[in-house]
Design a protein around this ligand. Structure first.
Ligand code: IMP
Ligand code: MG
Length: 173
């Protein structure tokens, strides 16, 4: 059985917005190097598309966290399933997230990364659901603010499916 998916943000709109964010990053970090911290698995697609459009020296590292929740909500208890390979001390790091929902996962993660003494740290998310925020969190670059609906595609999954959709959509249950 395949689910019906309604397009929320088209492929061309997502790509256009990613190009704008990359251009902003190019300006903000002119003359600097940046390390993108891709939060697995959902941010993989966004990180690649963003990195391709950044014209500064870029390195990429990966981290995976799991929040003990069910399929669609996070509990606030977070576990590092895979840590970064390299130190971020003295680096300009940009944490790349697919979506910020309650903000619990990111708030925890940003604290961990700040404690590792990067030169600077910013947060970039493709999607933001501000209505769902439980923990206050500063976001530096946001692709799109979206309503409180469960979305898939462009890296986002529903029970691990649909990450490969080239657009952002809502599963019609
Ligand atoms: P938070 O800790 O509540 O902000 O949860 C963020 C994480 O929950 C994201 O990294 C996603 O893995 C997941 N998530 C939240 N909303 C959605 C959604 O609409 N679709 C898919 N995953 C989501
Ligand atoms: Mg997820």
């Amino acid at each position: 059985m395949s689910d019906k998916i309604r397009t929320l943000i088209s492929e061309s709109d997502v790509n256009r917005r990613i190009a704008e964010i990359a251009e902003q990053i190019n300006q903000d970090y002119a003359g600097e190097e940046v390390r993108l911290i891709c939060i697995l698995k959902g941010s993989v697609f966004f990180t690649c598309e963003l990195a391709k459009r950044i014209n500064l020296p870029v390195t990429i590292d990966f981290m995976q966290v799991s929040s003990y929740g069910n399929g669609t909500t996070s509990s606030g208890r977070v576990r590092i399933a895979k840590d970064l390979d390299e130190s971020v001390e003295g680096m300009n790091i940009i944490v790349i997230e697919d979506i910020i929902d309650s903000g619990r996962t990111l708030s925890y993660l940003m604290d961990i990364l700040k404690a590792r003494n990067p030169k600077s740290i910013k947060l970039c998310t493709l999607l933001d659901k501000p209505d769902r925020r439980v923990v206050d969190i500063d976001v530096d670059y946001t692709g799109f603010e979206i309503p409180d609906e469960f979305v898939v595609g462009y890296g986002l999954d529903y029970a691990q499916k649909y990450r490969n959709l080239p657009y952002v959509g809502v599963v019609e249950l």
